[in-house]
Each structure stands twice: as structure tokens, then as C-alpha cells.
Ligand binder design. Structure first.
Ligand code: FAD
Length: 824
């Protein structure tokens, strides 16, 4: 005799079960109950219909009840709610919601796929008519018609999970100013905080306000305006609210029937997806699953698992013995221009299940391009990979623009098959320049993870650096000096990678050298150089780009500001086309990236000319903006095109006031000049330190050596020149060169000078000779005053090479161009 199967819930899990069941058994009697009007609809597409990306409502409705009934020869009863289950007599009580009639229906097998419901805590004002939740098609209709008809200007999204973020984006796309309020200190709970910060940065760049670590106390209606009162006392005025603070499993039906449920109401099932009653199966959001990674019980409400469980339940009803092996939580979301994906366990989850777990796994970050840098359109992504000490991959999170979905799926598949970082290294993935690189981003994650496990390099996480005792470490920036104009880690010293081998003696061997660069590659090479020269070195994972995002606070404190996306900056008014514009294609450049190209190009340009840079690096618009601020050039605006960014800059300061019709009050002076009058060792050191610092900031520096200061420039060896007797005497009495200088106080017949040099050496401070060499390399103009040389009887041959000779007019010219003038 054929079985009678009742299915409760007609969307993801329920509809999948029904369809597979019919395909497996033509004879089985199937009745599908759905309390709503719609079955098998695309709930994942609902936010995009509100935003307008999905134009036709009918595209959301994948099956009509009639269509599904006919196609699969089953009864589909919409607007029929199952009220209770009598498991002893194998029947359910159903209410026809259209007629109010209640009736019983018997079963041989019952399938529960009742899903979950949005949480609605008892916050005062939560029932206001413009406070919405998005879960079903009717919810969608309500929200869409409110937005269409009332044309609200502002929205507050409470809860920064997938649905909240998708709604924030879609309402933003409809032109609303959106604020997100989230109780946790981050949005997108599937990510670790550091990766979530990348998303915060992007969301904030779109002009969406973030109120993190802040809950809602009350919704209050005042006239036309709804006031959202936050727990920290802030108030946000808005026209509508989307509430999306999580879901609870619909386990009540099961629990009332005496089936086992967990503390959260999730239905407990065995590996065959049977409840505590063998004739009742359950699946989808409503059940407790086993976490595939850590084997603990968990609630992971996602469409993929629900659909696959439907297939297993149907197979098992038909007599197979198929096991559900657990959920690993693979998920992806579009967040404005970003793709944000994760699979497996985050550090957060690992930390929660075992406080000591932190010691049993390692993390790596890589920032590879989505495809070969030389082929147009490649954009970087950030991959975080978490793996145990044997190399088994535990989880991954990826944030990027293109190719994120492919990489997370490769890693998800590897995890499924028990893959290790060594497997990721070896994976042979399809490659051609438009699609990937010969070393795919997944391979790169594997390589760096293997380096960590084998001790080739020791990693340091940003949070470890934040917690480290700075007395025990030296933070070494191996980027080029101009990259520091985009910011640097406080207290770090700068030795560009190419100079590192020559300047190793500046670094202490008794401290750990934490090396960083822009994204990690040069730092890795630097750390290897140091390690092989007997230094203790660690590579700061992720580099400065990552550090600067992770340590920034993206919280908004202002209440209802205008949108402030990069696109919408005041300078948007600039008529770029009418100016003399020079183009630079900086797409796909490797470290130090497009900024170096910009620096070189700007150097060749005239003041006031505009540079139009095309770049694929998404971090470039932010980097170049900071660089312009530091170097007194003018950032005009950036535009996001399909697969690249176009940034406009103007050489020189923001005399732009032409741009807004205002008068220019910027003097444009940026240089530093100093008169070095003293021949004292300590004063000479101080002046070169200042000069090098200013030069590293990209400022033009002129040092004008006069009178006793000229001795700093003398060669140490004796040079044969013709001199008068007085000139000879003078020359003998004065110190010959930097090595012979005394200090201004406590010289003690030269002892003080010897002592200070020793202290400087011990503390790894550059010697005066090194400082002079560095100043020359940094382009500092070292000018010897010809008039003083004449007075003191010094000849050009006696002074060091590579310096200029000029009179006081030259100094005055330099001083006129400078905004800092020092007399030492
Ligand atoms: P559902 O698909 O929710 O179906 C349960 C059905 O049971 C409901 O229609 C309900 O009315 C019905 N029901 C409940 N009780 C009864 C009863 N007593 N009698 C009769 N009928 C009953 N997941 C992803 O993986 N990716 C995404 O991008 C994604 N986006 C989403 C966007 C939105 C707006 C929403 C709402 C969900 C999203 N999800 C997403 C989650 C995903 O939709 C769910 O995980 C999945 O639908 C769960 O399937 P289910 O069968 O358990 O429950």
C-alpha cells in the first residue's frame, strides 16, 4: 500500500522534499500545507525586489500552488495552517485560514519544515506602522508599497545581519539615507571583527551611518517623524524602520507534540533527519544541526542546507538510509559593490567552543588579485584562512569585488573533503589571465599558511601588535617613503625593502622586529632577510592597508547627516574636462602600487594640472586621498566604473577655491629650510634628523651651512689646497669633518663626543655620517655658504662631494618657499 506523506511548510525545505519525493515514488500520496498564500518563492530575492534590481514581482514566485500540484501530482493546500500534531494517532489538526474550518488529516509520515520567524522583542513602539520586518512575500509588498507611495527620505535598519545589510543597500539604492543600528560591535556576524571592518569601511564609504555596539531602547512617533532612541542616549530621526535582529526556529508545533527540542526551540533530529518520533522528519531553519567543523550542535538557518536536507528526507522516506553530515555555514552576500563570503568556522566560533582553541589554530591573510594583474579588470580580494596545527582548513572569510564566490566555493569544497592547507597549495585550478592567476588566490592562501606552519615566517596579527609591549619590539615599515604619506603605524621606523640589507645594523638583535608593508608581500621578504641574518622577525599579516582599516572606528556619532559617499564630495562640482588633464593608467600594478606611479607623474606636471588616474585597486581612492592631503595636492573626486576606479587629482594645493568661487587662502608653501650655523655634533645630528623627517614627508628641504656649520661638511682627510697663513691656522684649529665634532655641552675634551656616539650606536640611532648620507639620498639640498667659506678660508675641495655652493640669496629663496625655517 502506498504511503501518505504530509509536509508542513511549502517553501525551501518543504517544497524540495515534496518534489524529490514525487520523483522517487510515483505512488506516494503527498499533501503540502502552507499557511501563507505562496509556496516555493524566492525569499532570498525579496530585498532586491524592494530595491528594484528584480523588477517583476512574478519572478519571485517560482511555483504556483496549482502549477506545483499538477506537475508533481500532489495536493497543495495554501492558507492552511497545521495547528497541532497527534503523533500517537498519526494525525494533524489543520485550520483552513480562508474559511476558518478546522479538520484532521492522518499520515504515515509527517515532514516538518516550518522555517523560522523574525525576532520581535518587546521594545516600546515596535508595533508602529512604519516599523517593518522582512520575511515573507506579504512583508515585501508592505515595505515596497510604503516606499513607493510615501517616498520616505530616511530609514533605520536595526540589525546588521544578511537581511539587514541587503535591505540597507536596497533602500540606499532607492535614494534613502540609511543608518544601521547593531547591538554587536560589528555587522555580519558570520565574519570575524577584522574582516567585518573591511565591510564597515565600504558601507561607510557609501554614506550609510553605522551605529555599532548600540541597541534600540524605544521607537517614538512625533508627528511625521519616528525617533529611534538608542541605548547610549542618541536619537535618530527617521521615516521608516526595518527590523532584522535575527530569527527564532518555528519549533512550537514540534514541542507541543512532545517531540524533543533544544533550548532555543530548535527541533532535535538524528543524522537521518528523524525527530524523536521515527515517523516524523524535520528539516530547514527549524532544526538543530551538527556543525560540520567542530561537531557541536548549532542552529544555522540557510537556504542551501534546507534544500539539500529536503532531498535527503525524501530519499529516506523512500527507504534509503542517507545521513546528513552537518552544516558548514557557507554563505555569501552582496554588500553594495562588495562580495562578502564565509565558510566553516570563524575565530569567534572557535573561541566560543573552546577558550584554549586560540592556541590550536593559525590564521593567514592574503590580498591577491581576482585575475592576472596585467589583464584589465583584476581587483584584489582579502582572504582570511583559519587552519589547525596539522594544516586542516577550519574556515575562511573572503571580502572583495570579483571572483570571491569562486574562491569561497573552492575552499568550502576542500573543507568538505577534509582538505588541508597543503591541499590548497596543490589544487590545480583553471587558469587564463581573464579568470585567474597561475597561482590562484586559493593557492596563495595555501602557500602562506604552509609558510606559517613550517616556520618559514612567523606571523603577527594586528590585535597581537595592539597588545604587544612596544619596548620588546621594533615596528619596521619596509614601504617606500612616499607610501608613508598615506599613513603609518605610530612608532614605526622606515627602511624601504631595497635598503634593508644595507641598513641591517640599525636594527637590534635583542628585540622582535615586526615587519610590515602595504599588504604583506614585501614584509614577508623583509622578515626572511632579517631571519636569515640572525634577527627575530615577524610579519604583520595583512600589512598597513589592513591595519589601517581594522583599527579605525567606523561608528557614526552624528545623527542625520547628508550622505557622504566619496562620490558625493563637495569637489564634485569641479569641471575636470575643462582643465588640462593628463592621463595615467595604473591598472593592475603590483606593490607599491599606483601611488608610486602617481608620485612620479605628478613630479613631471605643472601646478594646477589635473591627473586622471585609472586604477583597479579598490583601496586606491582612499589611499590617494590621504596622500594628497599629506603632500598638499588636491584630491578632486573618484568614480567607480564597472571594473575600475577613476580618480582625479590636481597638482598643488586646493587653490581650487576657484572651484567653488571662493578666494584662495592657501599659500602652497610646503618646504622646510634651515640655517646650520653651529658646528656642534649634537646640533648637527638634530638638524639632519629633522631634515630627513621632513624629506620623508615628501617636503623639499634645504640645509644652508654657514660659519662653524661648514665644519660638518668638511672631508675627514687632509686635502692639499693653497691657503694663506691665517687660512691655514684657521683650518688647523677647526674640526675636520663630522667625525671630529665636539658636543655643545659636557664635551670634556672630546670624551662627551665619544660617549654620545657610543650611546647612539647602542640605541641604534644613525651616526651623523649615516644621517648625512640618508639626507643626500632623500634629496635634501645641502648648501655651503660661499661667503662664509671665504671668511673661514675653506675651499670647495675640502668639503664633501654632492653638495651645492651658493650665497645668501639662494637661502632666502628657499626660505621663501618654506613654511618651516630653523636656525641651528
Ligand atoms: P522557509 O523557507 O521559511 O519555509 C517555511 C514555511 O513554513 C513558511 O512559508 C511558513 O509560512 C510555513 N509554516 C510554518 N509553520 C506552519 C504551519 N504550522 N502550517 C503551515 N505552514 C507553516 N538563505 C541563504 O542561504 N541565502 C540567502 O541569500 C538568503 N536570503 C534570505 C533573504 C530573506 C529576505 C529571507 C527571509 C531569508 C533568506 N535566507 C537566505 C534564508 C532562507 O530563506 C531560509 O534559510 C530557508 O528558506 C529555510 O527554509 P525552510 O524550509 O526551513 O523555511
Amino acid at each position: 500500500m502506498s504511503k501518505k506523506v504530509l509536509i508542513v511548510g511549502g517553501v525551501a525545505g518543504g517544497a524540495s522534499t515534496a518534489a524529490r519525493l514525487r520523483r522517487m515514488d510515483e505512488k506516494v500520496e503527498i499533501i503540502l500545507f502552507e499557511r501563507g498564500k505562496y509556496i516555493s518563492y524566492a525569499n532570498c530575492g525579496l530585498p532586491y525586489y524592494i530595491g528594484g534590481a528584480i523588477e517583476e514581482r512574478s519572478n519571485l514566485l517560482l511555483q504556483t500552488p496549482e502549477g506545483m500540484g499538477e506537475k508533481f501530482n500532489m495536493e497543495v493546500r495554501v492558507e492552511n495552517e497545521v495547528l497541532s500534531v497527534d503523533k500517537d494517532n498519526k494525525k494533524v489538526k489543520v485550520k483552513n485560514l480562508k474559511t476558518g474550518e478546522e479538520y484532521d488529516e492522518s499520515y504515515d509520515v509527517l515532514v516538518l519544515s516550518p522555517g523560522s520567524s523574525p525576532l520581535k522583542p518587546p521594545i516600546p513602539g515596535i508595533d508602529l506602522p512604519n516599523v517593518f520586518s522582512l520575511w515573507t512575500v506579504p512583508d515585501t509588498d508592505k515595505i515596497k508599497s510604503y516606499v513607493d507611495q510615501k517616498q520616505p527620505k530616511r530609514a533605520v535598519v536595526v540589525g546588521g545581519g544578511f537581511i539587514g545589510i541587503e535591505m540597507a543597500e536596497n533602500l540606499h539604492d532607492r535614494g534613502l539615507h540609511v543608518s544601521i543600528v547593531e547591538m554587536a560591535d560589528q555587522i555580519m556576524n558570520n565574519l570575524d571583527y577584522d574582516m567585518a571592518q573591511l565591510v564597515h569601511a565600504h558601507v561607510a564609504s557609501k554614506g550609510v551611518n553605522l551605529h555599532l555596539g548600540n541597541g534600540v531602547k524605544q521607537f517614538e512617533q512625533k508627528g511625521d517623524v519616528t525617533i529611534v532612541h538608542l541605548q547610549n542616549g542618541e536619537q535618530i530621526e527617521t521615516d521608516m524602520v526595518i527590523l532584522s535582529i535575527g530569527v527564532k526556529p518555528n519549533g512550537q508545533l514540534a514541542s507541543d507534540a512532545g517531540l524533543d527540542v533544544n533550548q532555543r526551540g530548535g527541533i532535535i533530529v538524528n543524522e537521518y533527519l528523524q525527530t524523536s518520533d521515527e515517523n516524523i522528519y524535520a528539516l530547514g531553519d527549524a532544526i538543530e544541526v551538527v556543525d560540520f567543523i567542530n561537531h557541536r550542535k548549532a542552529m544555522i538557518p540557510l537556504a542551501g542546507p534546507a534544500n539539500k536536507q529536503g532531498r535527503i528526507v525524501a530519499n529516506n522516506i523512500c527507504g534509503r538510509q542517507e545521513k546528513y553530515k552537518g552544516t558548514q555555514g557557507s554563505a555569501i552576500a552582496k554588500v553594495f559593490d562588495l562580495a562578502v563570503a564565509s565558510t566553516g568556522n570563524s575565530e569567534k566560533v572557535l573561541g566560543k567552543i573552546d577558550k584554549n582553541y586560540g592556541k590550536n589554530y593559525r590564521v593567514t591573510y592574503v590580498h591577491p588579485n581576482s585575475h592576472a594583474g596585467y589583464y584589465p579588470g583584476g581587483v584584489p580580494m582579502t582572504i582570511k584562512l583559519i587552519f589547525d596545527m596539522e594544516g586542516k582548513v577550519l574556515g575562511s572569510q573572503i571580502v572583495g569585488y570579483d571572483g570571491v564566490d569562486k574562491r569561497i566555493d573552492v575552499i568550502a569544497a576542500s573543507i568538505r573533503f577534509g582538505g588541508t592547507v597543503y591541499d590548497l597549495e596543490e589544487l590545480e585550478l583553471a587558469y587564463a589571465p581573464p579568470f585567474s592567476s597561475a597561482k590562484d588566490p586559493v593557492n596563495m592562501a595555501g602557500f602562506t599558511a604552509e609558510n606559517i606552519l613550517s616556520g618559514v615566517v612567523e606571523p603577527m596579527l594586528v590585535r597581537e601588535l595592539e597588545e604587544a609591549n612596544r619596548d620588546d619590539i621594533v615596528v619596521l615599515d619596509v614601504r617606500e617613503p612616499i607610501e608613508r604619506d598615506m599613513g603609518f603605524i605610530d612608532g614605526s621606523i622606515n627602511i624601504p625593502l631595497n635598503d634593508l640589507r644595507k641598513q641591517l645594523n640599525q636594527l637590534p638583535k635583542d628585540k622582535t622586529i615586526v615587519v610590515y608593508c602595504a599588504v604583506g608581500i614585501r614584509a614577508y621578504i623583509g622578515a626572511r632577510i632579517l631571519m636569515q641574518n640572525g634577527y627575530k622577525a615577524k610579519n604583520l599579516l595583512g600589512g598597513y592597508r589592513y591595519y589601517s582599516v581594522v583599527t579605525k572606528d567606523y561608528n557614526t556619532s552624528d545623527i542625520t547627516p547628508p550622505r557622504q559617499g566619496i562620490k558625493e564630495e563637495k569637489t564634485e562640482k569641479v569641471e575636470v574636462k575643462s582643465m588640462n588633464t593628463i592621463k595615467l593608467n595604473a591598472c593592475g600594478l603590483q606593490c607599491p602600487g599606483p601611488i608610486m606611479q602617481v608620485y612620479n607623474k605628478i613630479n613631471d606636471m605643472n601646478e594646477g594640472e589635473v591627473l586622471e588616474v585609472t586604477a583597479t585597486d579598490p583601496g586606491f581612492p582612499v589611499d590617494v586621498k590621504t596622500w594628497c592631503e599629506k603632500t598638499n595636492n588636491t584630491f578632486i573626486r573618484s568614480e567607480k566604473c564597472k571594473d575600475h576606479f577613476v580618480v582625479y587629482l590636481k597638482k598643488g594645493p586646493d587653490c581650487c577655491k576657484e572651484i567653488e568661487g571662493m578666494t584662495c587662502d592657501v599659500n602652497g608653501k610646503d618646504g622646510s629650510s634651515m640655517v646650520v650655523f653651529s658646528g656642534d655634533l649634537d646640533k648637527a645630528i638634530a638638524s639632519f634628523i629633522i631634515a630627513n623627517g621632513a624629506a620623508a614627508m615628501g617636503k623639499p628641504v634645504t640645509m644652508f651651512f654657514t660659519f662653524w656649520g661648514l665644519n660638518v661638511l668638511r672631508k675627514d682627510e687632509k686635502v692639499k689646497v693653497s691657503k694663506s697663513i691665517i687660512e691655514k691656522m684657521f683650518g688647523k684649529m677647526m674640526p675636520r669633518g663630522s667625525k671630529k665634532l665636539g658636543i655643545s655641552r659636557m664635551n670634556m675634551a672630546g670624551m662627551g663626543s665619544i660617549m654620545i656616539k657610543k650611546v647612539m650606536k647602542d640605541k641604534n640611532v644613525d651616526s651623523l655620517e649615516d644621517l648625512i648620507a640618508l639626507a643626500k639620498k632623500n634629496g635634501v639640498r645641502i648648501v655651503a655658504c660661499t661667503m662664509s667659506m671665504d671668511v673661514m678660508g675653506l675651499k670647495k675641495e675640502e668639503l664633501m662631494d654632492g653638495i651645492e655652493y651658493a650665497g645668501v640669496a639662494s637661502y632666502l629663496g628657499a626660505a621663501d618657499d618654506a613654511n618651516v625655517n630653523l636656525f641651528i
